[in-house]
Design a protein. Structure first.
Length: 243
């Protein structure tokens, strides 16, 4: 009987979350994780790379064929984002050790706390892969939302030379451009086509970084840097995520 590697990968992620939750120092409540597999040849990676908004898997790790993505929902609370970052790093480590035992090559994509201050974003965002895997949708300030009761969640990725993803979809340049524009609009970034922020969204921002035309990423970053000087990610604030 052939071994179901994808099922083993999912179990590795689930077991890591279970063990992490047993740590008495971890106060954050985590939900059931989701796992997806996306081909490094997915055409949307090319679009994002050409736009300069996300590194390409092949730039990060040329031998890689599959991007393994996990998404773990969690309840918002004190230090919840940093608990989630630590959990993501443990998941990635356990996945790499599991695949290494199978003789598979792997690479991390990034450190979750990496942040490009000049571009006001990560060099690699695992949320794009979660989106391509059909896990959920983008929201204000680059937040990511999946169906369920949890208001927050964190995505993580590794790249492997194993062939675990389905064949990438065939998409026209028009389809890819529309996908990109829809994400930018959903994120409500200033300058994106079709953005019109509600009063609730505008008033939710303690940094006054949001007006009718969208979110000023520089102002958002400056405020989030006061909360955490190492990682001025909107996740450390997130007051606008639910609007």
């Amino acid at each position: 009987m052939l071994r179901d590697i994808k099922a083993d990968i999912r179990k590795t992620v689930e077991d890591t979350v279970t063990e992490f939750q047993k740590d008495e120092s971890v106060k954050t409540v985590f939900g059931k994780p989701e796992v997806g597999f996306v081909s490094s040849a997915h055409p949307f990676y090319d679009t994002l790379f050409a736009r300069g908004v996300n590194d390409h898997p092949k730039k990060i790790y040329r031998p890689g064929y599959t991007v393994i993505v996990h998404y773990v929902p969690y309840e918002e609370g004190e230090n919840s984002f940093f608990d989630a970052v630590k959990l993501t790093m443990e998941i990635n480590g356990n996945l790499r050790r599991f695949l290494y035992k199978l003789g598979r090559l792997t690479s991390n994509t990034c450190i979750p706390v990496d942040w490009d201050r000049s571009e006001h974003r990560e060099e690699w965002s695992s949320k794009f892969t979660a989106f391509m895997a059909g896990m959920g949708e983008f929201g204000p300030a680059g937040s990511f939302h999946v169906p369920g009761d949890f208001t927050r969640g964190i995505a993580g990725t590794i790249i492997t030379d194993g062939l675990y993803a389905d064949k990438p979809p065939e998409m026209t340049s028009e389809m890819l451009e529309e996908m990109y524009k829809d994400i930018q609009k959903a994120c409500c970034f200033k300058g994106a086509e079709g953005v019109c922020c509600s009063d609730e969204l505008i008033n939710s921002c303690p940094a006054k970084a949001i007006d009718r035309d969208g979110i000023d990423r520089k102002k958002c970053q400056d405020y989030c840097e006061k909360i955490n000087s190492h990682t001025p990610n909107p996740e450390v604030c997130g007051k606008c995520f639910s609007y």
